[in-house]
Design a protein around this ligand. Structure first.
Ligand SMILES: C[S@@+](CC[C@H](N)C(=O)[O-])C[C@H]1O[C@@H](n2cnc3c(N)ncnc32)[C@H](O)[C@@H]1O
Length: 433
């Protein structure tokens, strides 16, 4: 197979991500099956992540290099050219290899007529890169490769942290694992990793967490098949502690798939847990995760905003609402969020979050606790949403969240990259007895 092959697939996949709204995760899942070599799959992953992360910079750079815009039917050639720039500027691949392989990829895309253009544009970029990079850096949108509406929203909500958030969004996230304490201790698992020369940090604030600096295929790590650990960002690992579920409690995880936080709660206490999710296609992953980790819960399909369709009338002592959100806290892991989210999505999501809170509140037992979580950084989905909920419900009281994050209204916020973790919001609301 030619060295251009991962680049051909990357151009096809990136074009689908940018123009057809395909998620990066889905694009990688389907295109990586066409590559048998692990190094080629790693290159495809690197190209897609960097391509999506930096699209809004290098698509503009390309406009400046092209005398005439490419016809829109040449979306794959366009993506290939952006990927050429990304290989030179972000992945720092050797210039000769990056240019030659990208030219070959144009031929392998059955666009041989563009091979000369690809060669000429990438070589021109190399001659003029300093001045062109400097020009791109004068505009915050091309400097940070974020859409303007999102820069404005982040700047409005976090005026003194906006630059740090935008920069952190473009970093690669470390690999966080959560140790399954029912099967192994953190020290034992770290020792098994060390025996295979895999270095892992054990952060003090999270007793089940291990952090790996290198990105790896986790299914090949020792203990994966035995269910000794799961992949879960550190920020998400606070949820189980905040829920504070005790043995025998009835717990609802209202938006549970693929079951990361539900599994953590089950690892922590012997509870009667209902793991609900609206998306039928996400249920098998949840079943697989519970089975691999040796955990038991009732997992079922249901719309949390319509309990009459699935609730048996018995109240829950704990409810986790890990709400559908803009995912603006996890852009470093899912850079396609920058390409797929629209400004108008935020009000729609805030409406959904309000509805979910309203629908679930009657299901909480007096004296019970609801934990509200999002992987978003925007106030409309977080502090404003919870503030408005508390104002509407005299029987709801906010409980302080004491995990060392910054206060955000009645809850707390971690900003992307802080503590090496994702951007996340938590609030605890208790129902007066
Ligand atoms: C942030 S993800 C949940 C992640 C999960 N808690 C975990 O830790 O692995 C949000 C989930 O909410 C689900 N969802 C969205 N709207 C829902 C609704 N109305 N009822 C139930 N689930 C919903 C989505 O299908 C998605 O799986």
């Amino acid at each position: 197979m030619s060295v251009s092959h991962p680049r051909v697939l990357a151009a096809q996949a990136l074009s689908g991500i940018v123009h057809d709204g395909v998620s990066l995760r889905a694009a990688f899942a389907s295109f990586s099956t066409k590559l048998s070599d692990a190094r080629d799959r790693a290159l495809l992953s690197a190209l897609l992540h960097a391509g999506a992360r930096w699209w809004l910079r290098f698509a503009v750079a390309l406009e400046g290099l092209l005398e005439r815009p490419l016809h829109e039917r040449e979306a794959q050639v366009h993506a290939l050219l952006v990927l050429g720039l990304v290989q030179l500027e972000i992945l720092h691949l050797p210039e000769y290899a990056a240019v030659a392989a990208t030219v070959d990829a144009a031929r392998d895309l059955r666009r041989p007529a563009f091979a000369g253009l690809v060669n000429a544009l990438l070589r021109r970029w190399l001659r003029e890169r300093d001045a062109r990079n400097a020009a791109l850096d004068t505009d915050i949108a091309t400097r940070t490769a974020h859409p303007r509406w999102l820069i404005a929203s982040i700047s409005a909500d976090w005026p003194s942290d906006a630059d740090a958030i935008l920069a952190a969004d473009n970093e690669q996230a470390p690999l966080w694992l959560r140790v399954n304490r029912r099967r192994v201790t953190r020290a034992e698992l770290a020792a098994r990793f060390a025996a295979e020369n895999i270095a892992a940090q054990a952060p003090a604030a999270l007793p089940q967490a291990l952090v790996l600096e290198q990105s790896l295929d986790v299914t090949r790590l020792p203990g994966y098949a035995e269910g000794l650990f799961s992949v879960q960002d550190g920020a998400a690992q606070f949820a189980a502690g905040l829920i504070d579920a005790r043995a025998g409690m009835r717990v609802l995880d209202a938006c549970a798939a693929p079951g990361g936080k539900a599994a953590h709660i089950l690892e922590t206490a012997d509870v009667d847990l209902l793991a609900l999710d609206r998306d039928r296609q996400r249920l098998p992953r949840m079943h697989e995760n519970f089975a691999r980790l040796g955990l038991r819960a009732e997992a079922r399909v249901g719309d949390a905003s319509d309990p009459s369709a699935w609730w048996d009338g018995r109240r829950f002592e704990r409810i986790l609402l890990d709400a559908p959100c803009s995912a603006t806290g996890i852009i470093r892991r899912q850079p396609d969020v920058k390409l797929h989210r629209r400004a108008s999505d935020i009000a729609t999501l805030a409406g959904t979050q309000d509805r979910l809170l309203e629908s679930l509140w009657p299901l909480l037992a007096p004296g019970g606790r609801l934990v509200y979580a999002t992987c978003a950084v925007l106030a409309a989905e977080n502090s404003a949403c919870i503030g408005a909920f508390l104002a509407r419900h005299a029987d709801a009281a906010a409980t302080p969240v004491t995990i060392g994050w910054r206060a955000a209204g009645a809850g707390v916020q971690n900003l992307p990259g802080e503590g090496g973790m994702d951007g996340f919001f938590y609030a605890i609301v208790e129902k007066r007895a």
